[in-house]
Design a protein around this ligand. Sequence first.
Ligand SMILES: [Mg+2]
Length: 129
Amino acid sequence: MAIRNAIVALDFDGTVVTHAYPNIGNDIGAVPVLRELLDNGCRLILYTMRSGKLLDDALAWFKRNDIPLYAVNENPTQKEWTSSPKVHADLYIDDSGLGCPLKFADGVKRPFVNWVKVRQQLVADGFLD
Ligand SMILES: [Mg+2]
């Protein structure tokens, strides 16, 4: 039985797409896994350094891929119990996070998230069945 209703904070560049900042990187297999999390009742918070038009471009990526976001760079409910600026989540998926499974590909400078391995980890940790 998977953990339901978890709040998952998600980085953008190098995490849901390859690193191509300020452009939008290539698909790396995040969409089906994010959809599984959504189907499981998880809420996704985009947690990114992007702002202004570059943030809008990232938001358009989520729209195009039909991945609804719960919030962007904030957890709307945490103000009720903390004044901390850190975005509260049950899980953070970020290519810069220690232990995040990464993948290298020809022609790209920086590794990006390996979503096959992330999915396995989500199952192992109880976030997915
Ligand atoms: Mg990143």
